[in-house]
Ligand binder design. Structure first.
Ligand SMILES: [Cu+2]
Length: 164
C-alpha cells in the first residue's frame, strides 16, 4: 500500500465525525460541541448528548499502561459520560470501539506515529489532565476502550465495556 492509499484508509477509518485533527492545540479534550445532526451510528453506539447522560464514570489512565477500572458495564441505550483522568507523565488516550476496530486502529497508529486523530468516541489526555467522552451504547455486547498511543495498546492498555 502506498502512502497516499494508507492515508486515505486512516482518514476513512478514524473519522466517523469527518473531523481529522492536525494538532492537539486546536482540539482541547473538553471542547467538543454536541450537534445532534452530525451524530452517526457505529457498530458500538453513537455520540451521546451530554444533556442526556445518566451516569458519569471516572476512568484513570496510568503509565503502567492500565486503565482503572479496567472494565465497565452499561445498559443498552444508556448515555454515559466517561471522564478520563491522566495520572501519569505520558500522553494517554481513551478510544472506544469494537475489539477488531481498535486493533486495526492501533496498527495504523504504529505505522504513522505522528498521526493525530479525533472523533467523538475518543479523548486525548495530557499528563495531569482530564478528557471526556459522552457515548450512547446502543448495542448490546462486548466492546473495549483502549489507549492507541503507539506501544500502549500493545502493552495491554485496553479495558472492557459490557453492554447489557
Ligand atoms: Cu496510553
Amino acid at each position: 500500500m502506498n502512502i497516499k492509499a494508507a492515508f486515505m484508509a486512516i482518514t476513512t477509518f478514524v473519522s466517523v465525525s469527518g473531523a481529522f485533527a492536525h494538532g492537539n492545540e486546536d482540539h482541547p479534550a473538553a471542547a467538543r460541541t454536541f450537534d445532534a445532526s452530525k451524530v452517526q451510528d457505529t457498530a458500538f453506539g453513537r455520540e451521546g448528548d451530554p444533556a442526556k447522560a445518566t451516569r458519569t464514570m471516572g476512568v484513570d489512565l496510568a503509565d503502567t499502561m492500565r486503565f482503572s477500572p479496567s472494565a465497565i458495564t452499561v445498559k443498552r441505550g444508556e448515555t454515559v459520560k466517561i471522564v478520563a483522568t491522566n495520572r501519569g507523565r505520558l500522553l494517554h488516550e481513551i478510544v472506544i470501539g469494537t475489539p477488531d476496530e481498535l486493533s486495526k486502529h492501533a496498527d495504523m497508529m504504529r505505522k504513522f506515529p505522528g498521526m493525530e486523530h479525533d472523533a467523538p468516541y475518543m479523548a486525548h489526555v495530557k499528563p495531569g489532565g482530564r478528557g471526556e467522552v459522552v457515548w450512547q451504547f446502543t448495542k448490546a455486547g462486548e466492546f473495549q476502550f483502549a489507549c492507541l498511543v503507539p506501544g500502549h495498546f500493545e502493552a495491554g492498555m485496553v479495558g472492557k465495556v459490557t453492554v447489557k
